[in-house]
Design a protein around this ligand. Structure first.
Ligand code: AMP
Length: 194
């Protein structure tokens, strides 16, 4: 992988474990010459991961819509900054610029970005690995919800397995490097469609 897109919160809750994990992830990415693609802001977890990459001499590439430049305080020290027109263009370009995706803790925006790229993978629109960095079990309920979808036959087991997750940045990167996308058709056979 040459570039990883990180989806993450525009807020930071002060969690020391999360801060340590962000630094570990940045260290691994810079050592392996992997650039960061992210939302381009200076605030929250976004700002922390960008600064951690830049402090170690790595490349950080931001993608931000013009109208969020003030609100998310567009980072001034990035290697590259792409200013786009809207949220759709932001997600599209972030996906185009990377060859793997990691989701760190965040809020609604983070989950929206995570699920959009995951559904694109499920539909075979890209074949990039998608990892959840499950610090402190932050995403346990989300993973459980996907298991409930499988139990209820709204999600195929093969597509549930597309989601890679670990508490540990190094292990997550390994899972992503070994990932081979084998999505199954979303539609169940012999299931009443009405
Ligand atoms: P949050 O997880 O709510 O803190 O948001 C994290 C990031 O996601 C922020 O940079 C938001 O601007 C961004 N975001 C929120 N909604 C969307 C969306 N629909 N498309 C792209 N980015 C979004």
């Amino acid at each position: 992988m040459n570039a990883i897109c990180v989806f993450c919160g525009a807020n930071f809750n002060g969690d020391e474990k999360l801060k340590t994990a962000i630094e570990e992830l940045a260290e691994l990415m810079v050592n392996q010459n992997i650039s960061l693609v992210f939302g381009g802001g200076k605030v929250g977890v976004m700002g922390l991961i960008a600064d951690a990459i830049l402090q170690r001499g790595g490349k950080a590439i931001g993608v931000i819509p013009g109208f969020l430049m003030d609100k998310e305080v567009g980072h001034q020290g990035l290697t590259e900054m792409h200013v786009v027109e809207n949220m759709h263009q932001r997600k599209q370009l972030m996906n185009d610029l990377c060859d793997g995706i990691i989701t760190l803790p965040g809020g609604l925006g983070t989950l929206e970005e995570f699920f959009e790229t995951l559904t694109w993978l499920q539909l075979g629109l890209h074949h990039k690995p998608i990892g959840l960095l499950n610090i402190n079990g932050f995403y346990d309920f989300l993973l459980k919800q996907m298991d409930v979808m499988v139990e209820n036959r709204f999600l195929k087991p093969a597509n549930r397995e597309l989601v890679l997750s670990s508490q540990n940045p190094q292990e997550l990167l390994k899972l992503m490097q070994n990932f081979k996308a084998v999505p199954e058709e979303v539609w169940f056979k012999n299931q009443n469609l009405t």
